[in-house]
Design a binder for this molecule. Structure first.
Ligand SMILES: Nc1ncnc2c1ncn2[C@@H]1O[C@H](COP(=O)(O)OP(=O)(O)O)[C@@H](O)[C@H]1O
Ligand SMILES: [Mg+2]
Length: 338
């Protein structure tokens, strides 16, 4: 196991006038054994960052260390990492056992050692009864577990995951998330896990790096990122529906935005001190709760309410009071938290 250190990490593609900088100086210290999620929209540089840690992309500037050793110029094989991709590409003609054993055979481990490691990984991943099968005889979730098994048997210092769950359906994704958490509890291997899915990030991360356009917007626990977003980007990206950002609400100062999450607005009686009178546009029933889409002057406002409360009709006036301790303010020009 190993800590990972990123110092002023930069990535540029191309040279001269055609240069395209895609990572703009990322700094992050990951502790030994931590599970870190790198989250952000498509194209923000998540895979590039991960591939630089893996050694699959050159580093244009800065330093990456694994276990206290600078790895900038080391080949992937010398970095003691194992990677799991979205497209896990098992060898179709090999059994599950051979798929997991393949890398170890190449590394010339003894037959006994290989069997011990594969059996142990198969036990952790509950693949023991499937070892003689070919990939085509497995479900999508089982194949993904074999891909993880292939990484586990290497006993690396670091696991790198690049959107490994994106090809699975919603139910299987949720189940595999739990398995990955269990795996991390059992093995405690330092992990970087890339996803564009904020729910996946919130549920898996011990700490998360939120990326936007090659810039690290925030690095914190899910609680910190959710409850104290560093910017309007983080406030909108994490949480569904996103945080309301109001320009014109009562009491908003010029040059600032007022943020309030949909669940931090209480529906109150008309005339309640501090209440806002919003106009209802549409209402969505999501089972246990209702999302009430309103506007407050020119600002859009979403209110999350319990399903049991009566459903307001479009054009009705809804009186809502923000919970004062849940209000956030952001600089309107920079988007940074104030
Ligand atoms: N080989 C490459 N050459 C030039 N640009 C690239 C290359 N690979 C990725 N990029 C660009 O780098 C940016 C980040 O890509 P990527 O790391 O794949 O994003 P993500 O994984 O967050 O979706 C994108 O704008 C992408 O077009
Ligand atoms: Mg990617």
């Amino acid at each position: 196991m190993a800590a990972i250190s990123l110092k002023d990490v930069v990535k540029r593609y191309g040279t001269g006038p055609k240069v395209n900088q895609v990572i703009h100086g990322v700094n992050a210290e990951v502790a030994d054994g931590e599970f870190i999620v790198i989250v952000g929209p498509s194209g923000c540089g998540k895979s590039t960052l991960l591939r630089m840690v893996a050694g699959l992309e050159e580093i244009s500037g800065g330093t990456i260390s694994i276990g206290g050793r600078v790895v900038n110029d080391l080949e992937p094989a010398e970095r003691d990492i194992a990677m799991v991709f979205q497209n896990y590409a098992l060898y179709p003609h090999m059994t599950v056992f051979d798929n997991m054993a393949y890398g170890l055979k190449i590394a010339k481990l003894s037959k006994d050692e290989i069997k011990t490691r594969v059996d142990k990984a198969a036990k952790i991943l509950e693949l023991g009864h499937l070892l003689a099968r070919k990939p085509r005889e497995l479900s999508g979730g089982q194949r993904q577990r074999v891909a993880m098994g292939r990484a586990i048997v290497r006993q690396p210092q670091v696991f790198l995951f690049d959107e490994p769950l994106s090809n699975l359906d919603a139910k299987l994704r949720a189940q595999t998330r739990l398995e990955i958490q269990k795996l991390h509890r059992e093995l405690g291997i330092t992990s970087l896990f890339v996803t564009h899915d904020q729910v996946e990030a919130m549920t898996l991360a011990q700490r998360m790096i939120v990326m936007n356009g090659g810039v690290m917007e925030q690095f914190g626990t899910p609680e910190e990122v959710y409850h104290r977003p560093a910017s309007t980007f983080v406030a909108s990206f994490i949480g569904s529906p996103p945080m309301n950002l109001l320009k014109h609400a009562p009491g908003v100062r010029a040059g600032t935005l007022l943020g309030i999450r949909p669940e931090h607005l209480d529906i109150v009686e008309a005339g309640t001190p501090g209440a806002w009178a919003a106009t209802v546009d549409t209402v969505e029933l999501l089972g246990a709760e209702r999302l009430i889409y309103c506007h407050l002057g020119e600002d859009a406002l979403i209110v999350r309410a319990e399903e049991g409360l009566h459903a307001p009709q479009p054009d009705a006036i809804l009186h809502v009071r923000p919970r004062g301790e849940r209000l956030h303010t952001f600089d309107a020009a920079t988007g940074k938290r104030i």
